[in-house]
Ligand binder design. Structure first.
Ligand code: 5AD
Ligand code: SF4
Length: 457
């Protein structure tokens, strides 16, 4: 079928769905296929291999994959009719959860690979020469990260000045609504040396912001060279020392693992950005208990105020689920009052989606769809108001903006504030990768605009 290592360049397109970790994994898939003759394309018509890197977190996310595959099947048939080929691969969490069921649901799929085995992609693609279908959804014992190929300097530059680095994967918390412990497996942390090597490589080729990723990132406990376990706070201080790194973020955190050293890192480490993504899911103790979150709404409020004490500039984003089984009007009101108390800079919110195999899916008192819709609407209206108010407080201020890329207009460049708000300014492209001080003159719905008043580094 397809030559896995050939001088004839084949084109691969990886389409990412879901979380940032998938974005990271998609880039790694491109990197690992590169030495095997694959160059990346963003044009479907040019692709010889299409990989859908999928998300299983909610039903809609999963269903989207199968409708996408339906369209790709048409393309594959057309290609075959004209004597060409198109290899279809499903990676990520749907691959893990559904396994070879995917071949049954969509016969055009050639390859299924889970999130813990995608480092074997080159040999799986090669294997298609001998066998029509290839599947690998194992949780291998070998360290996936050791088998990955570092991105080339050109790739790093093309991906921009902010880069994701996965430092921790999987989850042992078993929230009753969540598929992650089943699709990503149990918690593992990468070693400090591995993380630093990756960060140094990225920084050497122009990356200025590192986003440390993990499903439970603040429970990071990788080992250092001496074999001792290291916390996220300690890792952050090491990453901050890497030459060229100006900003560090981390996500996603669990309130239970917001330990004192991480909170004080927000006070002492200016490289650590003050926007903290801290999902709470619900403001009702009854629902938090049913979700197996293992903390109360009061515990969450306490964590927020500790972070604010340490870093008065801190702002928060969160995830919310409405319509979890058994959620009453009163429970939902508790969520709204928690939102009012905390005041969020932004948040993601979702209708509860029953996921097969999770405990909540078989709980009594599933909430009707129309109630979920109404609650989601009320919650999002409140969050939107808070986001708007938060953005308005930026008006007239002089903010550090990390310039990331060219804007749409000729002389326009775009960067991010420390709260991840996009800022449009006039300025030369040579500022990309540098921090400019920008006075905010306009606050739009989705971005800010301003003028550069000074250039910092
Ligand atoms: N239904 C709805 N939302 C969910 N999330 C996770 N599982 C579900 C589910 N079954 C949301 C949570 C989580 C975010 C990544 O997705 O809010 O923090
Ligand atoms: Fe989706 Fe969660 Fe898997 Fe990310 S880890 S792809 S959000 S199910």
């Amino acid at each position: 079928m397809m030559p896995a290592s050939s001088s004839a360049s084949k084109k691969v397109l990886v389409k990412s769905f879901g979380c940032q970790m998938n974005v990271y994994d998609s880039a790694r898939m491109v990197d690992i296929l590169a030495p095997h003759g694959f160059t990346e394309t963003t044009e479907l018509e040019n692709a010889d291999l299409v990989i859908l890197n999928t998300c299983h977190i909610r039903e809609r996310a999963s269903e989207k994959i199968f409708s996408e595959l339906g369209k790709l099947r048409e393309m594959k048939l057309e290609r075959n009719q004209s004597g060409g080929e198109l290899v279809l691969a499903v990676a990520g969490c749907v691959a893990q959860a559904e396994g070879d069921e995917i071949f049954r649901r969509q016969k055009a799929v050639d390859l299924v690979v889970g999130p813990q085995s995608y480092h074997r992609l080159p040999s799986l693609v090669e294997g298609l020469k001998k066998k029509r279908r290839q599947i690998d959804t194992e949780f291998p014992l070998e360290d996936k990260f050791l088998s990955l190929t570092p991105p080339t300097p050109e790739k790093i530059r093309s991906r921009g000045v902010s880069a994701f680095v996965t430092i921790q994967e999987g989850c042992d918390k078993f929230c009753t609504f969540c598929v992650v412990p089943y699709t990503r497996g149990s918690e593992t942390s990468r070693s400090v040396a591995q993380v630093l090597e990756e960060v140094e490589h990225l920084a050497a080729h122009g990356v200025r912001e590192i986003v440390l990723l993990g499903q439970n990132v603040n429970d990071y406990h990788g080992v250092d060279d001496g074999g001792s376990s290291v916390t996220l706070a300690a890792l952050i201080s090491k990453v901050a020392q890497v030459h060229g790194i100006l900003r560090i973020r981390y996500m996603t955190s669990h309130p239970l693992d917001m330990h004192a050293d991480l909170i004080s890192a927000h006070a002492t480490n200016p490289t650590l950005m003050p926007l903290v993504h801290l999902p709470v899911q619900s403001g009702s103790d009854r629902i938090l208990d049913a979700m197996n979150r293992r903390h109360t709404a009061e515990d969450y409020r306490k964590v927020i105020s500790l972070i604010r004490e340490a870093q008065p500039d801190a702002a928060f984003s969160s995830d919310f689920i409405v319509g979890f089984p058994g959620e009453t009007d009163d429970d939902f009101e508790d969520t709204l009052s928690l939102i009012r108390d905390v005041g969020f800079a932004s948040a993601y919110s979702f209708k509860y989606s029953a996921r097969p195999g999770t405990p909540a899916a078989v709980m009594a008192l599933q909430v009707p769809e129309d109630i979920k819709v109404e609650r989601l609407h009320r919650l999002q209206t409140l969050i939107e108001l808070q986001r708007h108010e938060f953005n308005q407080t930026m008006m007239g201020r002089i903010l550090d903006v990390l310039i990331e890329r060219a804007g749409r207009r000729d002389d326009q460049i775009v960067g991010k504030t420390k709260y991840s708000q996009s800022v449009h300014v006039s300025g030369p492209l040579s500022l990309v990768g540098q921090i400019a001080q920008v006075q905010i003159t306009e606050v739009g719905t989705n971005s800010l605009s301003g003028i550069i008043v000074a250039q910092e580094k």
